[in-house]
Write a protein that binds this ligand. Structure first.
Ligand code: DGJ
Length: 728
């Protein structure tokens, strides 16, 4: 199908519908990178091997050759002085690893990673996949390394992962094992990344690539608010429609490193994987270690095309929830409405109002369990507080269901409060190091999820609550990073495995949750958007994007998030004004129009809204039902960015059959004597006519795309419009 190998087995050409990735074996020894870009069928690419030195010189100067070679998977210690992907320590303390080509295998389908999230071929949907496994060996260490490259017949992404197997007789110590590496010529690249903080996650940043290294990473035990496991190298001048883009995104939710390094020879190495700091994995004889996957994308037509490749891949081959293609219930979450100050009557009052407005689910947030009346206590005590929830959880859920609303609930399963029954009973369950005070964050500790008994206990408590009532949605929160990374039971040899084992514990719990409650709608969250990554998407079709719901702050947050992730994955709610994070006052319509770009809901006290506001809420909910399928399944185009033009933001979603498109325009600032904004739409049928809903205006598709739609300026700041064009 898609993977071709030359007759002598020395050249590989991995093809996707529009791209090709080529590698070859130099001197029957080293696996080198040859080409990545637009599709080519030819196998005759050996001349591209950067191994063109005089054979005689090669003997005398092996290290000079190696230091300039384009390795498919670079190792530490043999003379490639750029940052490596693999650093292995032997029992004797040596850190040299030289991987030599040993063979390959092509398998139909795609291996499922064990204990980790990962992409898959659509079950029963005829979506075929193929995987190339190249075997490399270091005979001295007794180490076998499998490089895996998988492709799906409907996607331009390539999925990479690595398996290390100890075939020797002594322990090996993996100090660093990344998932992917890409060596290329530095062709004037700019590097695009996503950065932020709590309340302003995933802002797009870019800079010229120059000599040296640029590192994006997290050591927080989560992908984090601050960083995103994503890198894109883009040729100079790349925009939404033009330019070559080479991107990587990591299917993992813990510590990661993503790096580019430009060396003295004007070549560039891009790599990604588990962060090596603090990491060490003991590989016993016969044991294997499997890395998480990296999704690698090449797009010849700019960042917009890269975005759509990621979106389609994640929708078709990563998110496995039953809700993926289903309309998600419009929810009201009580967090910013009540914080900890609620009881069942208050919630039922919200529910009655919600029903009248067309809202479909109540999510009871933090504060329903133990004696949790503030954020200083009770995490880990997962039993309902009957002073607040009188008559118990099932009674409350019955009251909610009687109003025809679904019920969802908040948990923070990975945490333990020092002031909790659980901590008093099991102080050793907290992540800690003997003799040191445990560092607090949000007045809580982290549970040691490297211990199976802790995972089992917490899982059973969470599952018990879910079983006790008709709970249809869970918000899984995580409100602090992991520090003091130590376990009371892991032991000296294995302590370096802590951070990765912690993630395996989280993944195991979410896996069990989905297995035991297949109809549950899971939404991941981490103090807002601190763990918005492909790893989490495997388990939950939606993730809370940010605690900052101000629609103007959300423009940059959602622009950056949607650069990688489908709109249907972004939790987005209408907030109260002044906004609780930034104090801004914005029109209710704009708050709704921005939230409509994600999984829609409200996070304010709807019982306090005026009659006029309630009327508007009813119409927003109608719009949500009208547009959700389009938002969920459509192709996304970024038309303009407030970040760049400092005036307005605009995005567009087009139905796969091009029959309709919804354009969202948010005008952040109004200025006098400015001409109307020209919105050049994309993805339409050039020959078709499109009617603008709510008007008698009709436009040719080609005009909307070439000349653009002229959006009159809206008087005043923070105005917005939804423009719905329907093919006639
Ligand atoms: C952080 C989340 O992002 C909020 O939505 C809310 O659930 C709080 N945690 C509750 O503690």
């Amino acid at each position: 199908m898609a993977i071709h190998v030359s007759e002598n087995g020395m050249i590989f050409n991995i093809q996707t519908p529009n791209t090709a990735y080529m590698m070859g074996v130099a001197d029957k020894k080293y696996l080198g990178h040859l080409y990545y870009g637009k599709k080519i069928e030819s196998m005759n690419a050996k001349y591209l091997m950067r191994w063109n030195y005089d054979p005689h010189e090669k003997q005398k100067n092996k290290i000079d050759c190696i230091d300039r070679f384009y390795f498919e998977y670079a190792t530490f210690g043999v003379g490639d002085f750029r940052d490596s992907c693999l650093r292995v320590r032997s029992e004797q303390g040596y850190r040299v690893c030289e991987l030599v080509y040993d063979g390959y295998e092509i398998i139909d389908g795609k291996p499922a990673p064990s204990g980790l999230p990962g992409t898959f071929a659509g079950e029963g949907s005829g979506q075929k996949a193929q995987t190339l496994v190249v075997t490399l060996k270091d005979e001295v260490l007794g180490l076998k390394v499998l490089l895996r490259y998988s492709v799906f017949e409907d996607s331009d992404a390539i999925i990479r992962s690595v398996v290390a197997v100890n075939e020797g007789k002594e322990n090996l110590y993996l100090e660093k094992i990344l998932s992917a590496c890409l060596d290329m010529d530095q062709e004037g690249f700019e590097l695009v990344t996503l950065h932020g903080a709590w309340g302003r996650e995933r802002h797009i940043a870019s800079r010229k690539v120059t000599e040296g290294k640029y590192v994006v990473s997290s050591l927080r035990g989560e992908t984090s608010h601050q960083a995103q496991p994503f890198l894109a190298l883009a040729t100079h001048g790349t925009d939404q429609k033009h330019g070559d883009v080479y991107a990587m995104n990591f299917v993992y939710s813990g510590n990661f490193i993503a790096e580019t390094e430009m060396d003295y020879n004007e070549s560039i190495r891009m790599s990604m994987g588990i962060h090596p700091d603090g990491f060490e994995w003991v590989l016993e004889p016969g044991a294997a270690f499997e890395t998480p996957e990296v999704v690698m994308v090449y797009a010849a037509q700019g960042l917009g095309q890269m975005t759509r490749i990621f979106h389609d891949l994640y929708r078709n081959h990563l998110i496995r929830s039953r809700y993926l293609h289903r309309e998600r219930p419009i929810l009201v979450n009580n967090w910013e409405a009540t914080y900890f100050d609620f009881d069942s009557d208050k919630l039922v009052a919200i529910v009655k109002e919600a029903k009248a407005l067309g809202i479909e689910m109540l999510v009871m947030d933090d504060g329903w369990f133990g004696n949790r009346n503030n954020d200083e206590c009770a995490l880990g005590d997962w039993s309902v507080n009957e002073e607040k929830i009188r008559g118990g959880l099932a009674a409350l859920v019955d009251r909610v269901n009687a109003e025809e609303l679904k019920f969802g609930i908040w948990f923070e399963p990975e945490m333990i409060s020092p002031d909790s029954k659980l901590y008093r009973e099991h102080p050793d369950w907290a992540v800690q190091m003997p003799g040191r005070d445990i560092g607090m964050s949000r007045q809580q500790y982290v549970l040691d999820l490297t211990r199976q008994e802790v995972v089992d206990y917490i899982y059973e408590r969470v599952a018990g609550v879910i079983r006790s009532a008709n709970i249809e949605y869970v918000k899984w929160d995580m409100n602090r990073p992991v520090a003091d990374a130590g376990s009371m039971t892991l032991g000296r040899e294995h302590m370096g495995e802590f951070m990765h084992r912690y993630m395996l514990g989280v993944y195991q719990m979410q896996e069990r949750l989905l297995r035991d409650f297949p109809d549950l709608l899971l939404e991941n969250c981490s103090g807002g958007g601190g763990r918005f990554d492909p790893g989490m998407l495997y388990y939950s079709p939606q993730i809370w994007t940010s605690d900052d719901m101000d629609p103007i702050e959300r423009l940059a947050i959602q622009e950056g998030t949607a650069m990688l992730y489908p709109l249907s994955t972004m939790g987005a709610h209408v907030c109260v004004c002044p906004n609780h994070s930034v104090g801004r006052v914005t029109p209710l319509e704009t708050r709704a129009n921005v939230a409509l770009a994600g999984t829609f809901g409200y996070e304010l006290d709807i019982t306090k809204m005026t009659a006029e506001e309630k009327e508007k809420v009813i119409s927003f909910n109608r719009q949500y039902h009208q547009y959700h399928a389009l938002m969920r399944e459509g192709n996304y185009y970024r038309i303009a960015s407030y970040r760049e033009n400092q005036m307005y933001d605009c995005w567009q979603v087009v139905a796969p059959d091009r029959s309709e498109t919804l354009v969202t325009y948010v005008q952040v600032r109004f200025e006098t004597r400015r001409k109307s904004a020209r919105l050049r739409l994309e993805g339409l049928d050039a020959q078709a006519q499109y009617a603008l809903a709510g008007t008698d205006e009709v436009y040719a598709g080609e005009l909307l795309m070439q000349a653009g739609y002229l959006q009159e300026l809206i008087f005043g700041d923070y105005g917005s419009r939804l423009l719905h064009f329907v093919r006639r």
